[in-house]
Write a protein that binds this ligand. Structure first.
Ligand SMILES: Cc1ncc(COP(=O)(O)O)c(C=O)c1O
Length: 395
């Protein structure tokens, strides 16, 4: 009996090895206690939302306007869209207008809405490797085909590699910076040369190619590394992001799509996004959260707590002699596995050293592993000796 679709059964089967790993981690937590298992696998933000957010949320619920919890515009409250426009405008020094913004259920909702709006069946979308795991499912949700393209050794875009993957069916490329899982930030050179390539390829194939820009870690950047303005690099950018990570609102599902007012077919695109938002079942991004956003002048994140964790994580990994790129943004780091088989390495890490890490294979890039440092400092510090012992096990 086919109780679920073959496609879904395939997805579940594909992910089973990673669930086994986490199952082992959970068993160990039960045996040894939560604090004796060093779980670096999760991407939940550690910071609380900013003070002004919490103040406005309390004020709003203490004195709720009528119909606060009813349906609202599928595009989103004008005030919330204004706040998003101001936020992006300040971030990139580039004007984004409220009529060019659609509020969504997180960045995941935004990406599903965008892909549903632009893809015909079998259209291709380029995904840079290593990737955020959900991208391929989002693309397939919209009947598209993911096409994988490696980032280079420094986790920057190789224009030649991307060029070799573009075909007459290419409808978009998903760009994520600061990057999950590597913690790297795409350079100006990477983004602008990609913009140039996409312009050439659009002309060659006489087909629009969208740069879909996923940037939920934009405000979490360290050491003054530049966040490049994507709208200046290319004329067909669709920005699909959220406040999940930098404002610590992941569970509230508050995200957005934004385009430049000059993008070709501006109104058609916005109408498509609004329609997809409704018919994918999101209807509108959470009303209470939009009401709070509408009351905020500023959306400033506290980066210090993450920077402190990044510094400690780097120190601990250096001491253990792992090879890695220092995280520039977000809260992940992607060291090299000391053995080619990263899945085996992560299995030994959990079974022998109570360290839970995610194999690079899960992100399409074997030979590495991902750690999240969005954790109490004591967990990172507590893993100092186990990580050294793990590294030495492979000497
Ligand atoms: C790169 C990237 N994009 C999108 C998302 C989804 O974000 P949201 O929770 O806002 O849907 C995540 C969440 O981990 C992410 O890391």
């Amino acid at each position: 009996m086919n109780l679920i679709s073959n496609q879904m059964a395939g997805y579940l089967n594909e992910g089973s090895w990673i669930r086994d790993l986490f199952e082992k981690g959970n068993q160990l937590k039960k045996i040894y206690g939560e604090d004796k298992v060093f779980d670096f696998s999760l991407g939940n933000p550690i910071t609380e939302p900013p003070e002004n957010f919490r103040k406005e949320l309390s004020a709003l619920t203490a004195n709720p306007p009528k119909n606060l919890h009813g349906y609202i515009s599928n595009q989103g409250l004008p005030g919330a869209r204004e706040t998003v426009g101001r936020f992006l405008g300040d971030l990139y020094n580039h004007p984004i207008y409220p009529e060019s913004v659609v509020m969504t259920s997180g960045a995941g909702g935004a990406l599903n809405v965008v892909l549903k709006s632009i893809l015909n069946p079998n259209d291709e979308v380029i995904v840079l490797v290593p990737y955020f795991v959900e991208y391929k499912y989002y693309i397939m949700n919209a009947q598209g085909v993911p096409v994988y393209c490696n980032l280079d050794e420094n986790f920057q875009i190789s224009v030649e590699e991307v060029a070799s993957k573009i075909t007459a069916r290419t409808k978009g490329i998903i760009i994520n910076t600061p990057h999950n899982p590597t913690g790297c930030i795409l350079s100006r050179e990477s983004i602008f040369s990609l913009g140039e390539l996409l312009k050439e390829k659009e002309a060659e194939f006489n087909n629009p190619i969208y740069m879909i820009y996923d940037a939920p870690y934009t405000q979490l950047t360290y050491d003054g590394v530049e966040n490049v303005n994507p709208f200046a690099s290319y004329h067909r950018v669709i920005y699909a992001s959220s406040f999940s990570k930098d404002l610590g609102l992941a569970g509230e599902r508050i995200g957005f799509i934004a385009v430049d007012k000059e993008i070709e077919g501006h109104q058609t695109l916005i109408s498509a996004f609004i329609f997809a938002n409704r018919t994918l079942g999101f209807v509108n991004a959470p009303a209470l959260m939009q009401n709070v956003l509408a009351r905020l002048d500023q959306l400033v994140t506290e980066q210090e707590e993450y920077r402190e964790r990044r510094d400690l994580m780097v120190e601990v990994l250096e001491e253990a002699n792992f090879e890695f790129h220092k995280t520039q943004g977000g809260f992940f780091i992607f060291p090299k596995s000391p053995i080619p088989d990263d899945v085996e390495f992560c299995r030994i890490a959990v079974e022998k050293f109570n360290v839970l890490i995610v194999p690079g294979t899960g992100f399409g890039r074997p030979g590495y592993f991902r750690m999240s440092f969005s954790l109490p400092l004591s967990t990172i510090e507590g893993a100092r000796e186990p990580l050294k012992a793990l590294r030495n096990y492979f000497k």
